[in-house]
Design a protein around this ligand. Sequence first.
Ligand SMILES: *Cc1c(COP(=O)(O)O)cnc(C)c1O
Length: 372
Amino acid sequence: MSITSFIPPKRILMGPGPSDISPQVLQAQSRPTVGHLDPLFIAMMDELKQLLKYAFQTENEFTIAISAPGSAGMEACFVNLVEPGDKVIVCRNGVFGERMRENVVRSGGEAIVVDDEWGKPVSLDKVEQALELNPDAKILAFVHAETSTGACSDARALGALAKQHNVLTIVDTVTSLGGVPLKVDEWQLDAVYSGSQKCLSCVPGLSPLTFSSNAIAKIQARTTPVQSWFLDQSLVLGYWSGEGKRSYHHTAPVNSLYALHEALLVLKNEGLESSWKRHQAMHNKLKQGLQKLGFEFVVDEEHRLPQLNAVYVPEGIDEAAVRAHLLTTYNLEVGAGLGALAGKAWRIGLMGYGAREENVALCLKALEESLL
Ligand SMILES: *Cc1c(COP(=O)(O)O)cnc(C)c1O
């Protein structure tokens, strides 16, 4: 057996994540490792918090990155906020809404599910009805950008409904952060998690997270300890904001956090508004090309995410063979359909650094040639 260093090819990642990472961010990650309690590293973490607050558009003091992927951010929200017996209204219009429901149940909560068709946004009417029928509900949980379908739900309106009914919100913004407008404070969202590897174009394995003061108050009022030691945010708090007396909780993924710092700096330098506009402009280009090729979108234009383009696979096409061809011939990765859309759709991502002209052009050319 002769094992040598792994040298990956240079793929163009246009699936549902991970997304393309810029050389600048990859370089940041390869800088020398320092101790995770080194004063210089702690100063970097403070800047990271500032940058995360900007990305989330929040002043929440508790704004950090969990040392694990988006799924851990999801789990952190549920295990901290849901106490056994709590009623949680969960919106399910794709794969990630169903994962939220599972998290409610595993946290000992009672899930009240509001179902919407795959490809549709969460229905405000149904949520309002569920809130009225369940005045004892404590939390409303929903996915802002459903990556399994490419549908964007109205997080602002859902946040407002939740406040009217005096419930907290848990919001999945893994695919929305950086790609479409998201304003945590203005929209009054409470527990919001994201991921590093979608529109932030950072290395996978980190989950930005922010808690409002109301979310913190619910955690502090718990009568039972959080069953997960690693994700118990009351313990992590001392590490991220120990104000000079930072103590050990776990070893931070030092180099990955360098990459996140750099990726957020790139976002800040571009400006959030410009980033949102760029995603929309690239989507418009891709959409025009795809429509010329005869593709139909899964989601109606008005609720479509620019960064996740789900299109139906044309009749009579072996979708897996085409994706394999794209990968081997063009080094291009596009996503397969997930769940109800498995085998029926492709998911073309335009996320972060990947949302640029040359990627759109390559994708259209590769699809055209492959389908001939
Ligand atoms: C990708 C994704 C997740 C999970 O993130 P991981 O980093 O893969 O764990 C959760 N929710 C949504 C909407 C996602 O797109």
